[in-house]
Design a binder for this molecule. Structure first.
Ligand SMILES: C[S@@+](CC[C@H](N)C(=O)[O-])C[C@H]1O[C@@H](n2cnc3c(N)ncnc32)[C@H](O)[C@@H]1O
Length: 231
C-alpha cells in the first residue's frame, strides 16, 4: 500500500550536478510536453531513485501528487532520503511485489511514466547479470492492463523502452505500441529527448499514449513519429 514520505533517512542525497541541471531545464520541459502539469496525479512506475518522480513533483506542485512505485524496497528507502534532503512532500512512495494489481484506485492518475522498466516485467537475470529469462508479452499484458485501469480517460501513458532486444521477446517499439494499443491506447506522439538513463544522460525516444476514447485534439492527435533532430 502507499506509504507516506518519511524523514528517517538522515543522509543527504547526492545528485549528480548534470542530473540536477537536467531536472531544472530539459527534463522539466520534457515532462511538460508529456503532459505533467500543476495539480496532476502522476504515477512513476518503476521509479527507482526517483529522477523522474522528483522532477515531476516540482511540476505538479503542492496540489498534485506523484506516486513513486517500485518493487525494490532499497530503492524506495534511498528515495525517502532524497525526498527528505530536498524537502519534497508531494511524492508518495509505493512498494509493490511487482505483480498486479497495483494498489491505486481506478481512473485516479493523469500521467503514467513507465521509463526503462517495460523490459524488466517478467525478466530475470543471473548473478553475473546475464539474461536467464526474457520478458514476454504475456508478462507485460496484465501490468499494462493495470496501468490502463488506473489511468483517467484523459490520461497520458508515457513509455521509454530501451533494451527490448536483449531483455524481451520483441525487438521493436512497434511491438510495444501494439501491446499498449491492445489495452485501449493510441500513440499520441513521440519525442526524441535528453533523458536520464541509469543515472547518465542519454538521447532517447519517448512514446506518449492517450486513451483511445480521448477526443483527438491538436495536442493528442496521432502523427508520424519524429526522427532524431526533428522533435
Ligand atoms: C532501470 S530502473 C528505471 C528507473 C527509472 N524509471 C528511470 O528511468 O530512471 C527500473 C526500475 O523498475 C523497477 N521494476 C521492475 N519491474 C517492476 C515491476 N513489475 N513493478 C514495479 N517496479 C518494477 C526496478 O526495481 C527498478 O527500480
Amino acid at each position: 500500500m502507499p506509504c507516506a514520505p518519511t524523514d528517517d533517512g538522515g543522509l543527504k542525497a547526492t545528485m549528480e550536478p548534470e542530473i540536477a541541471s537536467w531536472q531544472r531545464g530539459e527534463g522539466r520541459r520534457l515532462l511538460e510536453r508529456v503532459g505533467v502539469s500543476a495539480g496532476a496525479t502522476v504515477l512513476d512506475f518503476g521509479s527507482r531513485e526517483g529522477n523522474y518522480a522528483t522532477a515531476a513533483a516540482h511540476l505538479v506542485g503542492p496540489e498534485g501528487t506523484v506516486y513513486a512505485l517500485d518493487k525494490d524496497s532499497k530503492a524506495l528507502e534511498g528515495l525517502a532520503d532524497r525526498l527528505a534532503a530536498e524537502g519534497i512532500r508531494n511524492v508518495v512512495r509505493v512498494q509493490t511485489s511487482g505483480d498486479p494489481p497495483l494498489p491505486l484506485e481506478d481512473a485516479s492518475v493523469d500521467v503514467v511514466l513507465a521509463y526503462d522498466v517495460i523490459h524488466l516485467i517478467g525478466w530475470r537475470g543471473g548473478e553475473s547479470g546475464e539474461t536467464v529469462r526474457r520478458s514476454t508479452a504475456s508478462d507485460r499484458r496484465p501490468v499494462l492492463a493495470e496501468l490502463a485501469r488506473v489511468c483517467r480517460p484523459s490520461a497520458v501513458l508515457s513509455i521509454y523502452c530501451p533494451h527490448l532486444d536483449t531483455h524481451t521477446d520483441v525487438d521493436a517499439e512497434e511491438d510495444i505500441i501494439d501491446e499498449v494499443a491492445g489495452q485501449g491506447f493510441h500513440l499520441r506522439d513521440g519525442l526524441h529527448a535528453q533523458l536520464v538513463h541509469d543515472s547518465k544522460m542519454v538521447r532517447g525516444h519517448i512514446m506518449n499514449f492517450a486513451k483511445a476514447s480521448a477526443p483527438a485534439t491538436a495536442r493528442n492527435r496521432p502523427f508520424p513519429m519524429p526522427q532524431p533532430g526533428h522533435n
